[in-house]
Design a protein around this ligand. Structure first.
Ligand code: 0X9
Ligand code: ZN
Ligand code: ZN
Length: 305
């Protein structure tokens, strides 16, 4: 059965998506934005109170990298918390009254499924191309942002293979098309990874500072202190290139250059003791503390609409 405190297989996440949407029709609608390479439907949940006018929105995705299991766990937690606190938590109520939150619970579904069935440490998509014996590209090197210029590999066998062209991975194309289509309403882009306890923002494809560097840093610092207030978990904030490493083709840089100012990459727990193999006992505390950071950013965005 599905559990918020376990790492659910794709089959369980998929049936959870169907049931949570059908039992909360007042606050959730869903739309398929395309299929993965292996044909699985990519479903975006739209959370928010229905309104006659178009609402500004936040886009949240999880599971770009297959082995980072705490990430899809967070998106599921976020949906549950949003539904269960709407009407009682004043911030969540006001957020979902005024804005919509688009949630893509698992971005790289084929890879996620593969980590459950074959190779726990798989990172990339599962696409194949004739002429190469290696499978998959790194979806976070496949966006059209300084594509493959640094911190990415053109070797199809590398874990950071940038793909044959920008958006060659159908999952990346589906998400990029969705964000382009909704560009006028999307005010923030949040993407959840693990691990290292970092809150990153553009740029990663260059050492140049983003035009909004100071504001992005201030909001990141506020979000990190909100996160720390619960269990003392320490996060470092900063631009990707200098805070983790330079790496082109990432979703955060792409969204920012498209015009989505509040673009952040979370690297959740831990700092390496368990790494990608974070025990299930840490799902609840990790998600609860991360909620505070996400809600901090959402409140800031809402206040500055
Ligand atoms: O390398 C990545 O894609 C991310 N780290 S991870 O360990 N989860 O793989 C960091 C992404 C930071 N942003 C960009 N490089 N654009
Ligand atoms: Zn990642
Ligand atoms: Zn809670």
């Amino acid at each position: 059965a599905h559990s918020y405190t376990k790492y659910n297989s794709w089959d369980k996440v998929q049936s959870w998506i169907a049931s949570i949407a059908s039992s909360n029709a007042n606050l959730i609608s869903k739309q398929v934005i395309g299929n993965t390479y292996e044909g699985r439907p990519m479903t975006v949940l739209k959370l928010g109170k229905k309104s006659s006018s178009t609402k500004p929105a936040i886009f949240l995705d999880c599971g770009i990298h297959a082995r980072e299991w705490i990430s899809p766990a967070f998106c599921q937690w976020f949906v549950k918390e949003a539904l269960s606190t709407y009407g009682s938590d004043s911030q969540m109520t006001s957020l979902l009254n005024q804005m919509d939150v688009f949630v893509l619970p698992v971005f790289n579904i084929d890879g996620y499924d593969y980590t459950h069935k074959s190779n726990r440490m798989w990172r990339k998509t599962r696409s194949r191309k004739s002429g190469s014996s290696c499978t998959g590209a790194d979806p976070n090197r496949n966006f059209d942002a300084g594509w493959c210029s640094m911190g990415a590999s053109s070797n199809p066998c590398s874990d950071t293979f940038c793909g044959y062209t920008p958006e060659s991975e159908i999952e990346v194309k589906n998400v990029a098309d969705f964000i382009r289509r909704n560009k006028s309403i999307i005010k923030a882009y949040l993407t959840i990874h693990s691990y290292s306890q970092l809150l990153l923002f553009p740029y990663s494809y260059t050492y140049a500072l983003a035009a909004d560097h100071s504001e992005l840093m201030e909001v990141a610092e506020g979000a990190s202190s909100a996160l720390r207030s619960l269990y003392g978990t320490r996060y470092t904030s900063g631009p990707g290139a200098t805070t983790i490493y330079p790496a082109a083709g990432g979703s955060d840089d792409w969204a920012y250059d498209l015009g989505v100012k509040y673009s952040y990459t979370f690297e959740l727990r831990d700092t390496g003791r368990y790494g990608f193999l974070l025990p299930e006992s840490q799902i609840k505390p990790t998600c609860e503390e991360t909620m505070l950071a996400v809600k901090y950013i959402a409140a800031y965005v809402q206040k500055n609409l």
